[in-house]
Write a protein that binds this ligand. Structure first.
Ligand code: COA
Length: 211
């Protein structure tokens, strides 16, 4: 399903989401970002204004694309989707044509699967998750809501990642581990045991050092 859409946010993640949506055939009618002047152009897209630019628009006639990224501890991306979904706007799940998602995998609203990513059979991804460039989830892995797997992350079979967690670029989570809600895993590290909610897994070589 494609159609008209409005892009929310005008940063680096928004540029990737725009490329993803356009590769799928979505027509982006404009971008909302409170930091930009309404009527200006951002990368050739009309700036509609801040979120107030959605007032009076018919949610049945356009989808929203969440261009807000998510770094450790950030919640704005999730909040934006919750607020506008409650107003009736749809956030489509987007899978890049150069990604692979198994037919039985379940993707929540607003999930974004970037180029080169792989989602294997039996996986379930909660709303708003980002499976970034070249990240992979192996069989039966599950993500809660608003999880960000940064570029190149490897999530092995049967892993569970809780709501709002962030897994840094190139990290590996060994099969069966459970990552708690709101936890953060440093880029390039290997997680071989469960990580409690809100915990931070240190970068490689610093396993005995708090970060
Ligand atoms: C774990 C992390 C939060 C560490 O943050 P931090 O404790 O604030 O560390 P700092 O940024 O102060 O860096 C301290 C040093 O460690 C290095 N460093 C930081 N994170 C590192 C990592 N994951 N692996 C190896 N080295 C790292 C920095 O280059 C710096 O080196 P220097 O002292 O020689 O200059 C962070 O680096 C990280 O992994 N972030 C995720 C990045 C990511 O995945 N981005 C994807 C965006 S799509």
């Amino acid at each position: 399903m494609t159609g008209d859409a409005i892009l929310l946010g005008a940063g680096g993640h928004a540029r990737v989401v725009r490329a993803l949506a356009e590769a799928l055939g979505w027509w982006i009618i404009g971008v909302c970002d409170p930091a930009l002047a309404a009527g200006a152009y951002w990368e050739g897209l009309l700036v509609l204004g801040g979120d107030e630019a959605l007032d009076g628009r018919n949610p049945g006639q356009m989808a929203l694309l969440n261009g807000l990224g998510k770094m450790p501890g950030q919640s704005a991306r999730h909040r934006v989707q919750q607020v506008h979904a409650a107003r009736g706007f749809a956030f489509p799940a987007l899978v890049h044509p150069a990604a692979w998602v198994a037919p039985d995998a379940r993707l929540g609203a607003g999930v974004q699967v970037m180029a080169g990513a792989v989602v294997q059979p039996g996986c379930t991804l909660g709303p708003g998750c980002i499976v970034n460039t070249r990240a992979g989830l192996d069989h039966d892995a599950t993500l809660g809501a608003d999880v960000h797997l940064a570029p190149g992350v490897t999530v092995c079979g049967g892993v569970h990642v809780g709501d709002g967690a962030f897994i840094g670029a190139g990290a590996t989570v060994i099969q069966g581990c459970r990552i708690g809600a709101g936890a953060m895993v440093a880029a390039g590290s290997v997680v071989a045991a469960d990580l409690p909610p809100g915990a931070r897994h240190p970068r490689a070589g610093h396993e005995r050092t708090a970060i």
